[in-house]
Design a protein around this ligand. Structure first.
Ligand SMILES: NC(=O)C1=CN([C@@H]2O[C@H](COP(=O)(O)OP(=O)(O)OC[C@H]3O[C@@H](n4cnc5c(N)ncnc54)[C@H](O)[C@@H]3O)[C@@H](O)[C@H]2O)C=CC1
Ligand SMILES: N[C@@H](CC=O)C(=O)O
Ligand code: NA
Length: 815
């Protein structure tokens, strides 16, 4: 024998009802069953609303009642063939006539007691189960309608009546023995010894089903609902939440305490007592296994689920008067109990100097008052401080019996929170080891849930969640590099990378599951118009742990958001130089923010693309070296341009080629004007801990005066042609001396110069070719001979690879 229960959400309309009827038919073919039904979706609420209207003398209750009646009559007509409808229609009509009388009474005396309320709402189940029993007959099933008021006996605590189990069990058994057929039972309703109607409280239909399962010693109990079982976390907050295959009764209790609303285990007690397995099944995906709740569940996972409670306040009670004084906690909890404040979590360290208590925020003011009252004299005497209230907190909890046998659960939990920069304000774990709870700020809750979910449930891989602004040359190359390398990273490095947000200057797109990178997802008109604020808000609202903003634009506007991004605990990786080469204050403040909050900000490609320049310099400084002089060819495009020029190609053509090859900035005037190199030497100087401002850099521009204000890049390149001779003359002059033209930067004594030089064959820059960069660091340690870094310093591949390497490096710091 198996008991099935269908809630209101499974029977809201004709289509859903038909689906339920076929599930019942199928199940009944496989063995003996009995079925408990709730009222049709929304009916209980409507019955109550109607009563409220009547009680407030609002005649509109009549129209509402009529609508309810029509809804039920209509369902009868749709479910039962015409020739058999009349008896069922009569049953429904008689019930609604009774209801009409009842409401009229409420309307007249303007009173709606809990006794009347139970009677009124009982009509919902009584009508739905009756109609469904008749409809099932049409499917060839031999059903027997059972109004549970006949068999479930309770006291007269209306609204939440207590069951008299000995009598109830006997009555159920007797009814079952005398009536052979498929029992269709009204959920939720019961009656007193005197025959007054009562109801069984929250999730009462589940309770009815559990009572029947216990009384009939059922082999199992199935709760059919509109979700796929109990999930590992709230799927509204954790997109990757999955169904938990098995839970023990204890685990189900713990999870439900924290608001997993699928089952309310108190209602399952009768079944649990008899160790009857309970299945939570999805009416709309009946083939899915759902969740099994039983005495001892199996699992390979360390925990079963992650849960949370919002709107919590922490009270901190502390002072020297607490230490080694017997009875303090009894007084604290006594005072709270007297004023009906429920304590959710308690934590006291062995120093006994403070007691920390989590309660509902709604109780915080009252709790502070009563505790301060209780300790009035201690506070006056300075032995105890006033109670400190921390509002806007949440409790996050990992639940599972397996923690008992395996060390490391709490380590994993706190590591995941810590790596995501989530501060833990209080901790509690009972010796049952069924639950570890941490109190965190409410605004960190979603991120915390996701961090824990990743840490405990997803593969053991770390996942970086990327939001990429700038899907241009570098951005696209990066996407395809990640795509090519993903499998290897997942396998060998246990790192997974997902891109959830993409934007160029016109459009943006999001994907909670992560874009399919093999399809080169470039945002277009089918997506959303780009709006930077909306992009960042969406990124924050997705609230992934290990989120990274990758900025592959050259945009000042995007760079200006970095502080806000870091503040929202999202790491940044970027080749965009605008943030680090702006004001010195801005540069310092970003570094400080990233350092203090431990949110990474990586920008290796700001200088010399993928060449390890920034990291090397940072290592030198961190290990105590001091930079004396930096000399560099820092522009791949400029090196290419002057190298190619020497082959006799006109200047304007080589500039166009450099752009074509992806060496230049989005606007090549940024390279030719020396601005790009100026930015780079400024960044290097600042990385070398020098207080450099833009004014400290003198720049020689290669942009002819009349080309400077051209409106477009095309117009600029066109106009540049008229200056080819000028550049040819510069080249000839250098050639005459057997020298080469190099666009270089030098930083020494707090001043930098950027410009074109002619260098002889002795100079290290003489041998550079193509898009090469070369950087010479003369430092206290590298004094006699400088440290030299050389190689291609511009281009899509070497830049995207550098950005990619920064992203991978981030993986080392995340969980
Ligand atoms: N090309 C290279 O060799 C190197 C480039 N970089 C840097 O990489 C960055 C990207 O360069 P490329 O990919 O070559 O440029 P690109 O012009 O090909 O791509 C830039 C992308 O950013 C988008 N964009 C611009 N402003 C935006 C905004 N406000 N909001 C959203 N999207 C915006 C554009 O629509 C475009 O998709 C630049 O900062 C550049 O300095 C750094 C090292 C080397
Ligand atoms: N335009 C730059 C590219 C990298 O910053 C260059 O030419 O070096
Ligand atoms: Na670099």
């Amino acid at each position: 024998m198996k008991i099935l229960k269908f809630g209101g959400s499974s029977i809201t309309d004709l289509e859903k009802i038909k689906n339920v009827l076929s599930i019942v038919k199928k199940e009944s073919a496989q063995g003996e069953i009995a079925v408990v039904f709730s009222a049709f979706g929304g009916v209980t609420e409507d019955l109550l609303k109607c009563a409220e209207l009547a009680k407030h003398n609002d005649p509109n209750y009549q129209a509402m009642l009529l609508a309810m009646e029509r809804r039920h009559l209509h369902l009868v007509k749709q479910l039962i063939p015409v020739q058999k409808q009349s008896a069922v229609l009569t049953y429904v009509k008689v019930r609604f006539n009774e209801l009409e009388d009842l409401y009229h009474g409420i309307y007249l005396i303007k009173e709606f007691s809990s006794r009347t309320s139970d009677y009124v709402v009982s009509f919902g189940e009584r009508i739905s189960a009756f109609i469904l029993a008749e409809a099932l007959k049409e499917k060839g099933l031999d059903t027997i309608f059972l109004d549970a008021r006949e068999v479930i006996r309770t006291n007269d605590a209306f609204g939440n009546a207590k069951v008299n189990f000995p009598t109830t069990n006997q009555l159920i058994y007797d009814f079952y023995s005398k009536n052979k057929g498929l029992l269709i039972i009204t959920g939720f309703v019961a009656s007193t010894d005197k025959g007054e109607t009562t109801t069984l409280g929250r999730s009462g239909s589940d309770y009815t089903a559990a009572i029947f399962a216990a009384a009939l010693k059922a082999g199992s109990l199935e709760i059919w609902t509109d979700v796929a079982g109990v999930m590992t976390a709230d799927p509204k907050l954790v997109y990757s939440a999955i169904t938990i295959p098995q839970l023990s009764y204890n685990e189900a209790m713990e999870l439900s305490h924290f608001g997993a609303k699928v089952v309310f285990p108190a209602t399952m007690q009768p079944a649990m007592k008899r160790k009857i397995p309970i299945y939570i099944k999805n009416t709309f995906q009946p083939e899915e296994p759902g969740t099994l709740i039983c005495e001892e569940s199996e699992t390979t996972k360390l925990i079963k689920g992650i849960s949370s409670l919002s709107h919590i306040s922490l009270l901190n009670i502390q002072g020297s008067g607490l230490v080694e004084v017997v009875g303090v906690s009894s007084r604290v909890f006594g005072a709270l109990a007297k004023s009906h404040v429920n304590v959710i979590l308690i934590s006291q360290a062995s120093s006994e100097h403070s007691i920390c208590i989590a309660i509902k925020s709604a109780d915080a003011k009252k709790a502070k008052e009563v505790i301060e009252q209780e300790f009035h004299y201690e506070i006056l005497a300075g032995e105890m401080d006033k109670v400190v209230v921390m509002p806007n907190m949440a409790v996050i909890a990992a639940v599972g019996e397996n923690m008992k046998h395996h060390p490391g659960a709490s380590g994993r939990l706190f590591q995941a929170l810590g790596r995501n920069n989530i501060n833990v304000s209080a901790i509690a774990q009972g010796s049952s080891e069924l639950n570890i709870s941490a109190v965190i700020t409410q605004s960190d809750l979603q991120k915390g849930l996701n961090a824990l979910h990743e840490a405990f449930f997803l593969s053991d891989n770390k996942v970086l969640h990327i939001f990429l602004i700038g899907v241009g040359l570098i951005g696209k190359t990066l996407i395809s590099m990640i795509n090519n390398q993903l499998a290897k990273l997942q396998e060998d490095y246990m790192l997974d990378i997902k891109i959830h947000g993409l934007a160029n200057s016109r459009y943006m797109a999001f994907d909670e599951d992560g874009f399919d990178l093999s399809k080169m997802p470039v945002p277009s008109e089918k997506d959303l118009p780009m709006n930077l604020q909306v992009f960042l808000n969406t990124m924050n609202s997705m609230n992934f742990s290990n989120s990274v903003l990758v900025d592959c634009t050259a945009s000042q506007e995007v760079a200006d958001t970095y502080e806000r991004v870091l503040e929202s605990k999202v790491a940044i990786v970027t080749p965009n130089k605008k943030a680090n080469s702006g004001s010195l204050e801005k540069y310092k403040s970003l570094k400080k923010l990233s350092g203090q909050r431990n949110i990474k900000f990586f920008y290796e490609t700001n200088v010399a693309a993928g060449l390890p320049v920034i990291n090397t310099l940072q290592d030198l400084i961190l290990s105590g070296d001091r930079v004396i002089r930096i000399e560099g060819v820092l522009s791949g495009s400029m090196n290419y341009i002057f190298s190619e020029l020497s082959k006799g190609i006109p200047f304007s053509s080589v500039v166009a080629q450099a752009k074509e090859k992806g060496y230049t900035e989005p606007d090549p005037r940024d390279d030719l004007s020396g601005m790009d190199v100026a930015r780079k030497i400024l960044i290097l100087g600042r990385e070398a801990e020098q207080e450099l401002h833009f004014d400290d850099v003198s720049v020689q521009s290669m942009v002819p005066e009349d080309c400077a204000h051209t409106k477009s890049v095309e117009e600029f390149l066109e106009k540049l042609k008229s200056h080819d001779d000028h550049f040819k003359a510069l080249l000839d002059e250098s050639n005459k001396k057997n020298e080469k033209l190099r666009f270089m930067a030098v930083l020494e004594n707090g001043k930098a110069t950027v410009g074109l030089k002619s260098v002889n064959s002795q100079h290290p820059f003489y041998s550079l070719v193509g898009s090469d960069n070369m950087i010479l660091f003369t430092t206290e340690r590298y004094h006699e001979f400088p440290m030299i870094i050389r190689g291609p310093g511009a281009g899509a591949d070497v830049t995207a690879a550098g950005v990619f390497a920064d992203i991978i490096r981030l993986g080392n710091y995340s969980r």
